[in-house]
Write a protein that binds this ligand. Structure first.
Ligand SMILES: *[C@@H]1O[C@H](CO)[C@@H](O)[C@H](O)[C@H]1NC(C)=O
Ligand SMILES: *[C@@H]1O[C@H](CO)[C@@H](O)[C@H](O)[C@H]1NC(C)=O
Ligand SMILES: *[C@@H]1O[C@H](CO)[C@@H](O)[C@H](O)[C@H]1NC(C)=O
Length: 443
């Protein structure tokens, strides 16, 4: 029995050595392959970006002073478009930080209605964004807590924020500071009643908003849906190169996303805005957008171009015609992502489109759109984090990825297009969103 066992072991050892050698060889091959592929593979890059981002956030979190976790701020339901809701949420978080309180997890709105209160469809924050990741990333800066953390739910102090022309930013800030030093600071819950946080006055620089946006990570289910849509768009790119058998063509191809604001109600709104601001740089027709996108320098054809557009315009085949040769226009129905979108309410569909635009190699939008503006803000921030220049008009995006352009402003040439980056040093969000032609790049 014993010697037989020894024989077995010898055989076993020989096998182990062989397996060991084989594994080592496989591992080496894998490492080499990864190294070669990663330089072209946008998916891999994105993965790497996420890693860098997470480790940086962890470092930053330690430097800050945490807010109290036994005092809470409650805010009204957050309403309107995805990006208005993100801004409102950030404003509520920053108000809570100012008061040194945990923000009670607010309700977002799944639908775009805002006049009919009964159709707002409240949806819990953690049905869209990952609460645990939010607090991990933003811990030490702001904190969002659950209602169950409140020990005595019977006596919140209600505070009415002022409104009207006389209610200036200064008065608003004074009110908050008085709460900080007054008897209300002792209350376990302060509930702000009245206006939705998007309409509160702004007291914070762009960087602080950006810090909050950074911590808004979609829940896995929605993030996976977005990744699926992106994979489908890249696959279209692969098909468009199918005649090309070179090794490169097997790797996911880069894509461009164009946020086209051409719906009827936007056109009416923007024409009105143009008259009021005495400019002609807000509205762009379909033809103008196509011509300007075509003029982006250094486009590598074929380039899949995802058109982020209101659902109502998907039936209109004309958004797919008229693009410069070499651009391969697609929309959600064409890439087979319609079913994915259909499963979700408005807010989540918009969040998926946002991800698609955020992660595109090139993004083109309208500088008067809050959606476009926040996409560019986040792209600017990511590029800077990867070691690009420091914003402030540097506008280095392009070589490193994350290039963004505004199609509504025009460039130096007649049909030109303007490079677009957010001025991360701007003193308030007002300076970079709510419609501006000031996009910090001057080339
Ligand atoms: C909040 O209060 C705690 C305890 O009083 C303090 O240590 C912390 O620095 C404060 N944080 C902020 C953001 O003011
Ligand atoms: C095939 O793809 C490679 C890499 O993208 C490119 O350099 C080459 O010009 C393409 N060839 C054809 C015939 O399109
Ligand atoms: C545009 O933004 C820059 C940087 O934030 C600022 O210095 C400049 O005054 C702004 N210009 C206008 C017209 O708002």
């Amino acid at each position: 029995m014993n010697h037989r066992f020894c024989n077995c072991q010898k055989v076993f050892q020989a096998h182990t050595t062989l397996i060991y050698r084989l594994s080592l060889f496989l591992l080496l091959a894998l490492v080499l392959r990864t190294a070669v592929v990663s330089s072209y593979h946008p998916g891999f890059l994105w993965f790497k970006r996420r890693e860098i981002y997470w480790s940086l956030e962890a470092l930053k979190a330690d430097e800050q002073s945490p807010v109290r976790s036994d005092k809470f701020l409650e805010v009204p339901q957050i309403v309107w478009g995805l990006n208005n809701q993100k801004i409102a949420f950030a404003r509520a978080s920053l108000t809570a930080r100012l008061l040194n309180r945990t923000l009670l997890m607010p309700s977002l709105s799944a639908s775009l209605f805002y006049k009919e209160m009964d159709r707002l469809q409240p949806i819990a924050f953690d049905k869209v964004f990952d609460l645990r990741k939010f607090n991990n990333l933003c811990g030490g800066f702001v904190r969002v807590g659950r209602a169950s953390e409140v020990s005595d739910r019977t006596k919140p102090i209600e505070i009415q924020k002022g409104s009207g022309r006389k209610w200036t930013a200064e008065r608003d800030l004074n009110q908050l500071k008085e709460i900080q030093i007054g008897p209300d600071d002792g209350a376990e819950v302060i509930r702000i009643v009245g206006k939705n946080p998007f309409l509160w006055l702004d007291h914070w620089p762009v960087k602080q908003y950006a810090r909050i946006f950074d911590c808004l990570v979609l829940i896995d289910e929605i993030a996976d849906a977005a990744a699926g849509v992106i994979a489908k768009i890249r696959a279209k790119g692969l098909n468009s190169r199918s005649g090309n058998t070179s090794a490169m063509a097997r790797v996911p191809v880069p894509y461009m996303a164009v946020h086209m604001r051409i719906e009827k109600d936007w056109m009416i709104h923007c024409k009105h805005l143009e008259r009021r601001s005495n400019t002609n740089q807000i509205c762009s027709s379909k033809e103008e957008i196509m011509a300007r996108v075509g003029s982006i320098p250094g486009l590598i054809a074929p380039m899949v171009t995802y058109i982020a557009v209101a659902d109502a315009l998907l039936e209109d085949g004309s958004i797919l015609r008229g693009w410069k040769e070499g651009l391969v226009p697609v929309e959600k129905k064409m890439v087979g992502a319609w079913e994915t979108y259909q499963r979700w309410p408005y807010l989540v569909r918009s969040a998926i489109d946002y991800e698609v635009c955020l992660r595109a190699e090139i993004f083109v939008g309208n500088s008067y759109s809050t959606f476009s503006s926040l996409v560019v803000l986040e792209r600017t921030q990511r590029r800077m984090r990867e070691g690009g220049s420091d914003g402030g008009g540097g506008c280095g995006g392009g070589e490193e990825g994350w290039a963004s352009y505004a199609y509504n402003l025009g460039g130096e040439q007649e049909r030109g297009i303007r490079k677009w980056e957010t001025d991360m040093e701007a003193p308030s969000l007002q300076a970079i969103s709510y419609g501006t032609s000031n996009i910090s790049c001057h080339r």
